[in-house]
Write a protein that binds this ligand. Structure first.
Ligand SMILES: [Zn+2]
Length: 266
């Protein structure tokens, strides 16, 4: 099992990157958009491992997970490790050991000990654009310091609950000590990474064959997804988060209290 930190792999492979965003991996069908079925996930990981073994790969896949669901450790990590891959897991610190279905501290330490990177995903998963100054402090600093204390390792990356941000939020993230903020804007990244890192949110309906097309040389799939994302962001600004979330819930399958539902909906 290769457990080299992601940053070291980055030094060896100075390529363009596509960061992928997962949430929960589950065996069997799910009615939630953000849940990826275990067999589909295994086929996707196989695809990514093959791509990373290709020296000439133009776009290098990187995996990230948001929220800290227990399936990240119990289902996803063994599949990743069987292919020699590591991922970055963004943890909602206040859920750790308190929210049913999500990892506790011992489980998080196991994941970290296996060579996976850990980042923060807020304290309570509140949308940061809705936070006052005191709440931002809790969501950004308390989450980072608690993760660092419990893991005995520095935490310098953060992903935005619901993908929501603005200039004030990004400035607060930098002030709280985060080097990179991971977003939900689908776009490729070049090394060295900048202050924000775009990601493609992987939905349960995305088959490995479709994902493979994203990585084909000259593919326009990613730029089209980026265009759709910018239109959605414009709609959110126009409608406001609450109305947008109600419309989203009518056409998608969301789970309340996560990125897949309610006001956290994409
Ligand atoms: Zn989330």
């Amino acid at each position: 099992m290769r457990v080299a930190p992601i940053s070291q792999e980055g030094m060896r492979q100075p390529l363009r990157r596509l960061y992928l965003l997962y949430h929960e991996v589950r065996t069997g069908e799910s009615r939630y958009s953000y849940v990826v079925e275990t067999g589909v996930f295994a086929r996707q990981v196989e695809l990514f491992a093959r791509m990373r073994a290709t020296e000439s790969a133009g776009l290098w896949p990187e995996l990230t997970f948001d929220d800290g669901h227990i399936s990240n450790l119990e289902v996803a990590a063994p599949i990743l490790q069987s292919r020699g891959l590591t991922a970055r897991f963004f943890i909602t610190a206040g859920w750790t050991g308190t929210k049913p279905g999500y990892m506790g501290w011992a489980e998080l330490r196991t994941l970290h000990g296996a060579g996976h990177a850990i980042g923060a995903h807020g304290w309570s998963h509140k949308l940061l654009t809705h936070c006052g100054d005191r709440e931002l402090e809790t969501e950004l600093s308390k989450s980072r310091l608690t993760l660092e204390d419990k893991l005995g390792s520095s935490v310098t990356t953060m992903s935005l609950p619901g993908g929501r941000s603005n200039r004030r939020v990004l400035a607060a993230c930098a002030a709280a000590g985060y080097m990179q903020v991971y977003t939900s804007e689908p776009r490729a990244e070049s090394l060295p990474l900048g202050a924000t890192v775009g990601r493609l949110n992987i939905l349960g309906s995305m088959q490995p064959e479709w994902i493979a097309r994203l990585f084909e040389p000259g593919s326009r799939v990613l730029s089209e997804l980026g265009r759709q994302h910018r239109m959605k962001e414009a709609a959110k600004k126009l409608l406001g988060d609450r109305l947008y979330a109600r419309l989203w819930a009518m056409v998608n399958r969301g789970e309340p209290g996560t990125d897949g539902g309610g006001e956290g909906a994409e």
